[in-house]
Design a binder for this molecule. Structure first.
Ligand SMILES: Nc1ncnc2c1ncn2[C@@H]1O[C@H](COP(=O)(O)OP(=O)(O)OP(=O)(O)O)[C@@H](O)[C@H]1O
Length: 584
């Protein structure tokens, strides 16, 4: 129960509703327990009439009163049962909502390395399934426990006061029932988990196949994919059947044990009535109803135990994530004004998870408003430099300064807000093109969006779509070409008009003619903004104030287009190669 202590703050938050809920539950059960007594009384009245102990008038009056009481008690019990669900189950929904938000908010502050270390499926599971299991503890488990306790206290008091010996015999099968249900619930939960895992395996498989359907079709590997799918489906069917088998045992077992208890009441109660130990025949009817009323709550003791165990395990998994501290922390409360000067002093960076040293002693200096181009082979560390500027990672070796201040001494959010980043793989959300561009600046007007799209040379493409800027992208909508995606992503960065612009090889899927036009526009919009362009093309780099060439994390060349094209090395070779390609 240690992990579940985390929820106490929520119980405290909703204490008044909970107390009211508990009170309502108790009232509902007390009224529900009037029923057996009133039925018992009714049978006694009938018995008295049959035995000639009372007159017809008295019989009718007493029976009518009993019936009216019965109806009244049933209505009140029903109303309070409704209110019980409206309070306790609602509280569990509130707590579920709060807990989901708590986990989601925490996910947001965690660093990239956390997302690399944990699978997306796992993150989703903890916020949905695990929180769902915890809700079962805060809602149904608590409600049924109060239910059971109240029913037991009230019913047992009634029963013992009426027929103590009969009470003892009737109660005998109930602990056995509870134990069996507990065992069965555990087995059902275990098998449900197996089914769930197999289902998520099946859906991950199909999802991947559908995403890669064009590759599957072009390599004509449909038969082997089908075989694999069938194999997974057959496995899933077997697990579902195994689960159905134990589930099917649940109700027959309950019915069997209830039947056994009823039999005991009739047999022992009947014997006691004949022997004169029980005064009224109505007591037997009363006891049969008690047994039936108590069986389900007793069964829930087993069920609730297994819910609590599951909730404990789930909360433990949630706490594991909640305890994780973000590696990248904001240490400055006040916003920092950023001008955009960037300095790298002997920066060395090793990715913690792969131990790959992506940058080795990298130094460069950019005044605010200057342009830097970074070139180099794939995997030479170009994107890593951009990640470090956005503080997606921190490094201890060497120093990174923004406006001559250590990057860690700036307000993290001001820093990120002052950066317009266009990643290598443009990521667009399943939303309209307009909203995808506005993502960079929420309060942007339609004119701002159009201007940004024009500067990114994607406006004409967008208005060519039937719904123009309202065209929905992604699974629900159209798919943009690689080059269109890159340009929408550029529009998103420039609409922000940030102090620092980072372009990570974002023109690679654009033809050289369009590239040139975009670069011209970028030159205009990025005037006075510090800009870093990562590229494999000389055309993107040649107008930069500074150029660096990386190889295996080290700077191997530094200069300008003018100087570097004359010096033997990577830049000159690339320049000659790309110039001759252009001439061809
Ligand atoms: N998130 C990461 N976690 C671990 N290692 C990484 C990560 N990103 C990159 N690396 C490694 O760091 C090295 C530098 O990668 P980086 O992406 O900076 O190169 P790049 O020059 O931008 O390459 P490309 O031109 O192909 O985009 C590579 O060896 C890569 O495998």
């Amino acid at each position: 129960m240690k992990a579940l202590k985390h929820l106490n703050k929520y119980f405290y938050k909703y204490r008044y509703r909970l107390v009211i809920g508990i009170f309502i539950t108790i009232v509902a059960k007390i009224f529900a327990l009037f029923t057996p007594r009133l039925i018992g009384n009714s049978i006694n009245v009938i018995s008295d009439k049959v035995n000639g102990k009372i007159s017809l008038d008295v019989f009718e009056d007493q029976l009518l009163i009993n019936i009216l009481y019965l109806i009244g008690a049933a209505i009140i019990a029903g109303l309070f049962t409704f209110l019980m669900r409206q309070t306790i189950i609602n509280v569990s929904r509130y707590i579920e909502f709060d807990l989901k938000n708590e986990v989601y908010k925490h996910y947001q502050v965690l660093s990239l390395s956390f997302y690399k270390a944990n699978r997306t499926g796992d993150l989703m599971n903890r916020i949905s399934e695990d929180v769902g299991k915890v809700r079962m503890y805060v809602g149904p488990a608590i409600m049924y426990t109060i239910n059971t306790i109240t029913l037991f206290v009230v019913a047992l008091t009634y029963m013992i006061s009426t027929a103590p010996k009969l009470t003892l015999y009737t109660m005998l099968p109930l602990p056995i029932l509870s134990f069996i249900i507990y065992k069965l619930s555990r087995l059902i939960n275990h098998r449900s988990k197996v089914v769930q895992e197999s289902l998520s395996g099946l859906s991950s498989f199909t999802q991947e196949q559908f995403s890669g359907i064009s590759v599957i079709k072009s390599y004509t590997i449909e038969p082997s994919v089908n075989t694999e799918f069938e194999h997974l489906s057959v496995g899933n069917r077997k697990k579902q059947i195994d689960l159905a088998k134990v589930q099917a045992l649940f109700f027959p077992l309950m019915i069997l044990l209830i039947g056994l208890s009823n039999l005991l009441v009739i047999f022992i109660g009947g014997k006691q009535y004949i022997d004169g130990e029980i005064e009224n025949i109505g007591t037997i009817a009363e006891f049969i109803i008690y047994v039936n009323m108590l069986t389900w709550p007793v069964a829930t003791v087993g069920w609730v135990t297994s819910i609590v165990q599951q909730a404990e395990a789930s909360q433990k998994r949630i706490n594991e994530f909640l305890k994780q501290e973000p590696e990248i922390k904001n240490t400055v409360d006040n916003p920092t004004k950023i001008d955009g000067a960037i300095t790298f002093n002997n920066v060395t960076f090793t990715y913690p998870d792969t131990n790959i040293t992506a940058l080795k002693n990298v130094s460069f200096d950019l005044k605010s408003g200057e342009k830097l181009a970074i070139l180099g082979m794939t995997g030479s560390g170009k994107s890593t430099i951009l990640d470090l500027i956005g503080r997606l990672y921190d490094t201890e070796n060497g120093s990174i300064l923004i406006d001559h201040k250590k990057i860690t001494e700036l307000n993290l959010y001001s820093l990120r807000e002052s950066i317009g980043y266009v990643p290598q793989d443009a990521f667009l959300f399943s939303d309209s093109i307009k909203n995808n561009i506005k993502f960079g600046k929420e309060d942007a007007t339609d004119d701002d969006v159009i201007e940004a799209a024009k500067n990114a040379k994607v406006h004409k493409n967008i208005i060519g779509f039937k719904n123009g800027y309202e065209t929905v992208l992604g699974e629900r909508g159209i798919t943009l070409s690689g080059g269109q995606k890159q340009r929408v992503s550029i529009a998103r960065a420039i609409i922000k008009s940030p102090e620092i612009l980072l372009f990570d090889d974002c023109l690679s899927a654009v033809d050289t003619e369009t590239e040139e036009k975009i670069l011209k526009n970028l030159e205009r919009v990025s005037k006075n903004k510090t800009t870093i362009i990562v590229s494999h093309r000389i055309s993107s780099a040649k107008n930069a104030d500074k150029i660096i060439v990386l190889d295996e994390g080290k700077i191997i060349q530094k200069g300008t287009h003018k100087t570097l094209k004359e010096i033997d090395g990577y830049y000159k070779d690339l320049y000659i190669k790309q110039r001759s390609e252009k001439e061809m």
